[in-house]
Design a binder for this molecule. Structure first.
Ligand code: B12
Ligand code: SF4
Ligand code: SF4
Length: 328
């Protein structure tokens, strides 16, 4: 953590910020790579990457015309990851529980707004970038000196690994901060992530994914009944998201060792433990079947889990609990 004059260290720590960086560069280094990936169909069913929003990613000024600089923050969720490793029957992406059970789009937006309020700069305006804006956020974090583009396609930070969400404030003014030193590759000869990916979704040459093959796409972004990607049967039974290529990454070992492993769910999200973590899978499938679409949405509203809806969840559970699995 640095420069306590711009942002107090205690405030950032209390908001779960692992590290932060600064850049004045509006243009991603990797737009051409992204463009080639889309042209080759790498985005698969993720049409929000290929429609009119694709070219908006070329320059941050198409998202925020007054852009002069950005503050980029890494919000960690290692405690939830460690807790899940030690306690869960299910394979859930840990980010889902990492922000007290609340959908990070809500929880971290508030935290970014708190940071914005703490910035004591006359005339400063800020726009939040948090996942859904047409911004190449890994590239933005890279330009802010926060890590390298790894073979599993994650942005990895040398000290903090990759279990973090990237959230940014796009600003209308420059701040008195030095430009960041850009990180270089630290994957070396390792290919553990590509070897561990059960659905062969990782292209180590381009460091991108075939999104259609990724279990995360199947379990989070696919809302209708459909077959899982080939190889899913060899996975660990992921019911929502997938952390396999991060779990095997050596850069995540130390950050997890340093972490507390405490799962902190606040009201009204405590029911998540009872529903998702304590029940055997077949009972969960039965419970979800009994809910109407509307009551399912209502129950999970405000969490990460309402995105695929009831149909999407039943599809996930059926795929994950096929007879070959023993974890139900
Ligand atoms: C679409 C999307 C997905 C898709 C596609 C993922 C993918 N890898 O492309 C799916 C649904 C599969 C997905 C899954 C996940 N996602 Co996602 N996703 C996004 C989203 C919305 C866009 C990503 C995108 O544009 N992908 C297209 C690829 C081509 O672009 P890219 O990922 O930026 O990759 C660039 C670099 O790899 C670079 N590059 C590669 N090699 C080199 C070499 C050099 C020299 C250079 C300069 C550049 C370079 O070029 C690429 C193009 O810019 C971002 C949020 C955002 N707005 O950016 C979150 C985001 C990438 N996701 C995130 C997370 C947490 C996940 C999951 C871990 C969730 C889970 N547990 O299930 C998984 C991880 C899967 C994985 N291994 O990537 C985080 C990643 C944080 C991090 N540490 O990197 C993000 C940034 C959200 C956030 N705000 O924090 N995701
Ligand atoms: S998230 Fe899972 S399915 Fe997707 S690339 Fe990583 S290991 Fe493969
Ligand atoms: S597992 Fe190895 S190759 Fe994959 S991202 Fe981590 S260090 Fe890089």
């Amino acid at each position: 953590m640095r420069d306590p004059h711009i942002l107090p260290v205690e405030l950032l720590e209390s908001l779960g910020v692992l590290e932060w960086g600064y850049t004045e560069d509006p243009a991603p280094r990797s737009f051409e790579r992204f463009d080639r990936w889309v042209a080759a169909g790498g985005h698969g069913p993720l049409s929000y990457l290929s429609d009119h929003r694709k070219d908006l990613r070329r320059d941050l000024r198409s998202v925020y015309p007054e852009f002069q600089s950005a503050l980029v923050f890494l919000f960690g969720y290692q405690p939830a990851k460690k807790w899940l490793n030690e306690n869960s029957k299910y394979q859930l992406a840990a980010y889902t529980l990492g922000f007290e059970g609340e959908d990070y789009h809500h929880a971290l937006k508030r935290r970014l707004q708190t940071i914005e309020e703490a910035l004591d700069v006359p005339g400063l305006k800020a726009v939040v970038s948090l996942d859904v804006e047409p911004v190449l956020e890994r590239d933005l974090a890279h330009r802010a000196g926060l890590g390298w583009f790894a073979k599993n396609s994650m942005l990895i930070h040398r000290r903090h690994g990759s279990y973090f969400i990237i959230g940014s404030l796009l600003l209308n003014k420059k701040l008195p901060l030095a430009p960041a030193a850009l990180d270089v590759d630290h994957c070396g000869q390792c290919t553990a992530c590509a070897e561990a990916c059960p659905t062969a979704a990782i292209d180590v040459e381009t460091r991108t994914l075939v999104a259609e093959n990724c279990i995360s796409t199947f379990t989070i972004e696919t809302f209708k009944e459909q077959e899982p990607p080939a190889g899913f049967d060899a996975s660990r039974g992921e019911v929502f998201g997938c952390d396999i290529c991060q779990d095997v990454c050596p850069w995540n070992r130390r950050p997890l060792e340093r972490s507390t492993g405490v799962l902190n769910l606040r009201e009204p999200f405590r029911f998540l433990k009872e529903w998702l973590l304590d029940l055997p899978g077949t009972e969960l499938e039965g419970l979800i079947s009994l809910e109407s679409n509307r009551s399912f949405k209502k129950k999970f509203s405000g969490t990460a889990f309402d995105r695929p809806g009831k149909t999407g969840w039943l599809k996930n559970l059926r795929a994950a609990l096929r007879p070959s699995r023993s974890d139900s």
